[in-house]
Every structure is written in C-alpha cells, then in structure tokens.
Design a binder for this molecule. Sequence first.
Ligand SMILES: [Zn+2]
Length: 105
Amino acid sequence: MKSVRELRDLAWQRIKILLRLADNTIRSDEALARRYVELAFRIAAKARLRLPRSLKRRYCRRCKVPLVPGLTARVRIKGGEDGRLIVTCLRCGYVRRYPLRKRST
Ligand SMILES: [Zn+2]
C-alpha cells in the first residue's frame, strides 16, 4: 500500500512526462498534443495536485492545446499604468488576461 505522498509523487512524474510529450508534439500533431495535456490535467485532478500557475498558463484552459506564441497563441501586452498580458488561444478563441504587476496599494 502506497502512501498518499508516494501516489502524488507518481502522479506528478506522469504529469511532467505527459506535458513534455505535449510540448514535443505540438508542432507535428496538435490533436495528440492536446490529448497529452488532457490526460495530464485529469491525473492532476484525480490526485488533487495543484499545478503551479506558471505551468497552467502554458495550456489553454478550454481546449487544452499547448499555447505556443505565433503558433497556437497570440500574446499581446496592453501597456499603461495597469499593464496586462493578454493571451488568446488561436484554436478556440479563449482569452486570458494577466496583470503584469501586482497592485501595490
Ligand atoms: Zn483553446
């Protein structure tokens, strides 16, 4: 019987492998890359792992495609005092906005 910790470690290993496969496949086979991401996210949900934000941002939340600027994603910076990073998925049109700076006041 494995401990929860061990199971989570195992899940995490699998997720890392799957996401690496997805990154390596995106340019040759998008459908397959998406399958890898779906699988990785499903494992994470099952193991109740919280993926780091930096990692989650690299995949479309809606269609699960790896977001590669110029290929599957459009990245824009909206300047100004309250700058934002705008990432648009070119496959499903999902738009995400990230503040570039944390509010200081
Ligand atoms: Zn998408």
